[in-house]
Design a protein around this ligand. Sequence first.
Ligand code: MLZ
Length: 265
Amino acid sequence: KSEQFNWDEYLKETESIAAPLHCFRQSRIPPTNDFKVGMKLEARDPRNVTSVCIATVIGITGARLRLRLDGSDNKNDFWRLVDSSDIQPIGTCEKKGGMLQPPLGFQMNASSWPMFLLRTLNGAEMAPAAFFKKEPPKPVPNCFKVGMKLEAIDRKNPYLICPATIGDVKGDEVFVTFDGWRGAFDYWCRCDSRDIFPVGWCSLTGDALQPPGNNAESDLECWQLPPASAVVELFGQKKILPEQLTPTSPSPQPSPEGENGTMQI
Ligand code: MLZ
């Protein structure tokens, strides 16, 4: 495995600064993760946010849980922080007068849901209430500035946390750009999103921070064809003299492509 990504060196190299801690909706010290694989809890269905469902902890990564909704398939796992307001102990929904719902894409007949629910909870190991941590308050106002560095969840590969830069700021929103990936994974989110973390987060939680991609973003040299009049006839063949090729400023790249044209994703 390659050596740990070093933020201090990277900030110096890129002559940039880390976004201050108080900009983020994250606790200064990441919450402890006491959950164990197999424990059950209640979770908001990410694909149908008005539903509260039963979820099982499928994996643990830093301060996050990899969750799978009971009765759903294994293709829609999602990750939540242990201090996320999207998760709660089993029994919370009922206490509040709500009803547990089957997940979107429930694999059985809807009529079998009540029985399924009884079976899935019978003898289940329920995550203790003390494992759920209080969500930190919203930071106000948006204090991110263009160019600040951070760590952010790659929403296309949500198990990954990657080095990123604030590319734009508009009202309560920020544009998260992933270093070295030429825009392919960038997204807008609210400044109080739980998907963005201060520099150093992964080293505190024990998550593996991904290294930046290796696609240059600014030093690209693009070559433009000379006008037709500059194409000279050499031995009966049309040739372009190298000195007639003029470098131009980089143009936006549609996707991160490798030398052989294959996607590096
Ligand atoms: N598809 C790539 C992951 C790219 C992650 C980029 N994150 C900003 C891979 O599997 O390596």
